[in-house]
Design a protein around this ligand. Sequence first.
Ligand code: ZN
Length: 58
Amino acid sequence: MDERYPSRGPRSFQDGPREFHKAVCSDCSKECEVPFKPTEGRPVYCRDCLPKHRKPRY
Ligand SMILES: [Zn+2]
């Protein structure tokens, strides 16, 4: 058997398992999980507050 790909297949490279980090929302102080490592000194927002703080794209 020639296993060139992980058991999940080549697609797992794109939407593989995300690592979530626990953080506290800077807006509502609710505990949330973010798919990136929270940086110290930078605000983290939960899914509810994130749209409010996103920079508008034109
Ligand atoms: Zn929030």
